[in-house]
Design a protein around this ligand. Structure first.
Ligand code: ZN
Length: 357
């Protein structure tokens, strides 16, 4: 043994007390972070679903014997303090629903339960315990990446994902935002906390945008993807309660995508040809959205592709799904994508049929 158990006990007790005081509860994974056996940064990335290659257990850097002693001393401390247990899941949010994060290499039930168990003061009320359990279990937000490599491809539609464009990871498979059903969302850059908080609150579907910083070797938050309506609502909120000029400056800072107006007009008419009862402003909205994709990427050839009747129908379907059904809310509540589409199929068909006339 190349360590002193007495010293280790001292360290474990101090660390456990510290985490308990800070978080209101303490679990093994929080303890080993405080002891520097597990990198905080790595744990954070793992929580967000950015590190799926290895289970978190394999990243705890500590000798087997010492780690066993650590957990034993921790358990003794828990008993002495008479703490109560709160079991919480570690999970991540995906467009396919909520998935459990990998904890152990061999899916060992006993150790999985051990890592999921948190300890809180026994006198914590029923209501507060419940809230704590919810807080611990809540999956972090959906994450979208800004592509940095120049050979990224969507695993579903095979389209290239260019550097600077958004990419979503479904497990290990990269998806373009269109295939991930996130292309209805607009980008709100980081920097304005009030706008960010409000836009997120108003948005039925949102995702955090991250970008890998090569020199610092870590992911950095760039902003948030939210619905256009949520962004508008957040802007209104900010204008309503902040100093008028300051708020307008903030609003102006929000990046807007330049839309090819001629293409929008062409597409609007193409939509109305197929869906004569579609309200004109919605046809315009659908066209404006599709045109951003077209012009932003490969110019004329994409524009041509967007006017293809099949592409028009797909754009209309996507719009109806997001605007006229509960699809986004279902996704945010962890309903699997296929299941969500099944659930809203009737309301989708109803709108499409009425628009076809
Ligand atoms: Zn795709």
């Amino acid at each position: 043994m190349n360590y002193s158990v007495t010293q280790l006990r001292e360290r474990v007790l101090i660390a456990a007390e510290k985490v308990l005081k800070r978080n209101g509860s303490v679990g093994p994974l929080e303890l080993v972070q405080e002891l520097d056996f597990l990198q905080w940064r790595y744990f954070e990335d793992w929580r967000k679903g950015l590190k799926l290659d290895s289970p978190i257990e394999s990243r705890i850097q500590c000798g087997t014997e010492k780690l066993a002693d650590t957990y034993r001393l921790f358990a003794e401390w828990v008993t002495e303090k008479g703490l109560k247990t709160i079991e919480a899941e570690y999970s991540r949010r995906t467009v396919n629903g909520v998935e459990a994060l990998p904890l152990t290499t061999d899916n060992n039930t006993e150790r999985e339960t051990f890592y999921r168990t948190h300890y809180a003061p026994a006198e914590l009320s029923e209501k507060k315990s419940e809230r704590l359990q919810q807080k611990l279990t809540k999956a972090p937000d959906l994450v979208v990446f800004v592509t940095t490599s120049d050979d990224a491809k969507c695993s579903e539609c095979d389209d290239e994902i260019m550097p600077g464009e958004f990419l979503f990871l479904e497990g290990h498979m990269p998806l373009c935002v269109r295939c991930a059903d996130l292309d209805r969302l607009v980008f709100l850059p980081s920097g304005d906390t009030a706008m960010t908080r409000r836009a997120k609150k108003h948005s039925p579907l949102s995702a955090v945008v991250m970008k890998f910083n090569r020199s610092r070797k870590r992911y950095e938050r760039q902003g948030l993807l939210v619905t256009n309506a949520a962004l508008a609502q957040a802007e209104d909120d900010c204008i309503a309660d902040a100093d008028q000029r300051a708020a307008r400056r903030e609003v102006a800072a929000v990046q807007r995508i330049v839309v090819d107006q001629k293409l929008v007009e062409q597409m609007s008419s193409a939509i109305l040809e197929q869906f004569p009862n579609c309200p004109a402003d919605e046809a315009h909205q659908i066209a404006a959205h599709a045109a951003v994709r077209g012009s932003g990427r490969v110019g004329r050839s994409a524009a041509g592709r967007e006017l293809d009747p099949k592409a028009i129908t797909l754009a209309v379907i996507a719009h109806v799904r997001h605007v006229h059904t509960s699809y986004d809310t279902l996704l945010m509540n962890g309903v699997e994508r296929g299941e969500a589409r099944e659930q809203i199929r009737d309301s989708l068909d109803e709108v499409l049929n009425s628009w076809r006339g």
